[in-house]
Every structure is written in C-alpha cells, then in structure tokens.
Design a binder for this molecule. Structure first.
Ligand code: PLP
Length: 369
C-alpha cells in the first residue's frame, strides 16, 4: 500500500523542472552569487505581486531574520516587550529575543488558532512596543482588531506571513496591512526555495530602508557601517528559483483551496473539527489542520491506512524548556488545548483529489470504529 505523504517537494520541482534548472544554471554561470540582479528583480516582482513599489521589499536570509530585522527596523530595542502567540513556530519568539526584546505571550482564538485580540489587549503593559500577528496555517489573524489595538496603544504591528503567502484579509494581501510583513521561503512554505530565504515588505519606506541597511552590516557604503547590522543576505540562486515559482504561486494556492474544499466536503459529519475560516479571510491552506480529542489513536489509525500526518505544534512555545521562563502565570488555556488536539493532514498543490478522498475515508472510518 502506498502512503499519502504530508507534503511532496519533489512533485513541485518536477512540475517546473526545466524552468528551475535553467534558472539555477544561469546563476551558476553568471559568477555573481549574493545580492545581485536576481535578488533585485525578485524583490521588485514580489513587491509588485503584493501591489507595493519595488523598494518596499527587502530579501533576507530567512523568515526568522525577516522578523528580527523588521522588529529592529521598527525601533524595537532591548527592554521593550513584544506581544506574540505561543501557538506558533518557535521562530516567531526567537526573533523577538534576537531583537533584544522580551516576548509576552497572548492566547489564541480556539476556532482560528490566531491571536485573540481580547487577550492580547490584557497583556499589553507600559513596555510593550509591538504586536506580531502570526497568520497561522495560511489564514490571516484578525488584522482589524489587532490593528486597532496597536493604534490605540501606539504599538507597531508586524505580520508574520511565513505560512500565508497570498492570503488576504478583507481583500488586502497579508504583509501589506501592518507596518511590516515578514515572509519565509523555507522549502516547505507555499513559496519555497531550495534552501533558506526570507523577505521583509513594508509600505513605510523608512522601515524597508532600515532593513536594507541592517541585512548587510549596516553598510550604506561598502566597509563603512552606519548602524550595527548583521549578515542576512539573500543569495542569487534562491532568488532565481523563487522568481520562477512566484509565477505559479497563485495557481498553487488555488489548488490548495480546491483540495481544502474537497476535504471540508468529505469530512462533513466526521468526528474531527475542520479548519474554520474567519469572515473576511481568504485562506491559502499552507496546512490543513483538523482538531480531535483522540489524536493519538487517530494518528495510529491513519498510519495503518497509509496516511502520513504531522502536528503543528505539539508543545506551545511557553512550555518548551528554553522558554518556560516566559510562561505566564495561569498558562494559556486555548493554546494548550489546541496543542493537544490539532492534527495536520496531507496538503500540497500536487496532492491528487483521489488521495484526499482516501485520507477523508480513513478519517471517517476511524469515527465509525
Ligand atoms: C509562523 C512562522 N514564523 C516564522 C518562521 C521562520 O521562518 P524560517 O524557517 O525561514 O526562519 C516560520 C517557518 O519556519 C513559521 O512557520
């Protein structure tokens, strides 16, 4: 029996092999490998895709660096607090500490798994400087309410778009609503490189300009650092491959949406909670995540049926050894419940509808067992 994988990166490559391999070869032969013409063009094309001017996008080395440098560019300094969810990739929280600030955890909404604006409001103290809205699994956090909260308290709103390239909030692409949008091009993402990569976008020219300085030692002029920066350059090979893939991203996202609709239909009435899409959201299904109280047994049953699954994320950041020191008294009930119950089913653009049917049938059979 063949196994339905959770994702298949070779399938994505196979679809565009000729174009991708030609682009890679061109870079290898060009003799220019870091921060060159490919990066400049990718930045301009990525910005245009979001409806922003070319200078609004700055390529960096990873999604983690995108967040770290965006926070610094927004003026976050040691001693500041930054409001973050705990139900996220640890990178969101690590980036806050890289900027020298203290992460302050807020709970999530139990239906969408994104920041709960009411709880975020309660944890904002006098040292708060920014909110990081994580658009988890492919769906935007509540940007209206988080934006209003940020405006009310005089905070920066930074969007973590690592899982949501192309998602929209009330028609606006994520990354363009807050003060800065941070993307990851880690290979598994909706737009994935063949290595690490990231991008900061900002409709504020001064923020984009500062990230551009910070990503290369704070140089305005070579060998002269104006500010203390880092090395977070995007390389030409990744940019060239990402330029090819960007042209297919909207189609791939539509394929993900069609597969999610099929899952929704075939799982109706099954013993799992399907993903909820908040009004005003266009979800791009980086992951298709259901919820179940019997996760361990369902995972074992699906494995027996030849269906791979994953858990995003099994341990909330505030309960991980490195970050327990930041755990709020009383914990984060909605986050802790989600971590115990969420389960990701296979999802990638090339997934066959017949495999979705096979996965859904296996889930339903578990309910009847
Ligand atoms: C929500 C979220 N934020 C940030 C990151 C960090 O991105 P990267 O792995 O490119 O550093 C990731 C991906 O790993 C992510 O899923």
């Amino acid at each position: 029996m063949s196994t339905v994988p959770i994702l298949d990166l070779q399938a994505a490559h196979a679809e565009l092999a000729q174009e991708l391999e030609a682009a890679a070869l061109e870079v290898l032969r060009s003799g220019w490998y870091v921060l060159g013409e490919q990066v400049r063009r990718f930045e301009a094309e990525f910005a245009a895709w979001l409806g922003l001017p070319a200078e609004a996008a700055v390529g960096v080395n990873s999604g983690t660096d995108a967040l770290h440098l965006a926070l610094r560019a927004c003026g976050v300094v040691p001693g500041d607090e930054v409001i973050v969810p705990s139900h996220t990739a640890v990178a969101t929280v690590a980036a806050v500490e890289m900027a020298g600030a203290t992460p302050v955890f807020a709970d999530i909404r139990p239906d969408t798994y994104t920041l709960d604006p009411d709880h975020a409001d309660r944890v904002i103290g006098p040292r708060a400087r920014a909110i990081v809205a994580v658009h988890l699994y492919g769906q935007a956090a509540d940007l209206d309410r988080l934006g209003a909260l940020a405006a009310h308290h005089g905070l920066w709103l930074v969007e973590d778009c690592a899982q949501a390239h192309g998602a929209r909030w009330r028609g606006r692409p994520v990354g363009t609503v807050g003060d800065a949008g941070c993307f990851s091009f880690y290979p598994t993402k909706n737009l994935g490189a063949a290595g690490d990569g990231g991008m900061v976008v900002s409709r504020r020219p001064e923020v984009a300009e500062r990230v551009r300085l910070l990503r290369q030692y704070g140089w305005r002029e070579r060998y002269v650092s104006d500010v203390a920066g880092v090395n977070s350059r995007l390389d030409e090979l990744q940019a060239a491959l990402l330029r090819v893939k960007l042209r297919h991203l909207e189609r791939w996202n539509r394929q993900r949406q069609a597969l999610a609709q099929l899952y929704d239909k075939l799982l109706a009435g099954a013993d799992v909670v399907p993903p909820a899409v908040a009004p005003g959201n266009e979800h791009v299904y980086h992951l298709y995540v259901v919820r179940t109280r019997q996760r361990k047994a369902l995972v074992a049953h699906l494995a027996r049926c030849g269906v791979a699954t994953a858990i995003h994320y099994p341990v909330p950041v505030h309960q991980q050894p490195a970050y327990r020191r930041l755990a709020p008294a009383g914990g984060l009930p909605a986050t802790e419940a989600a971590a115990a119950e969420v389960l990701s089913l296979p999802m990638y653009p090339q997934l066959a509808p017949t495999d979705v049917a096979r996965v859904a049938a296996a889930v339903r059979e578990f309910g009847r067992a």
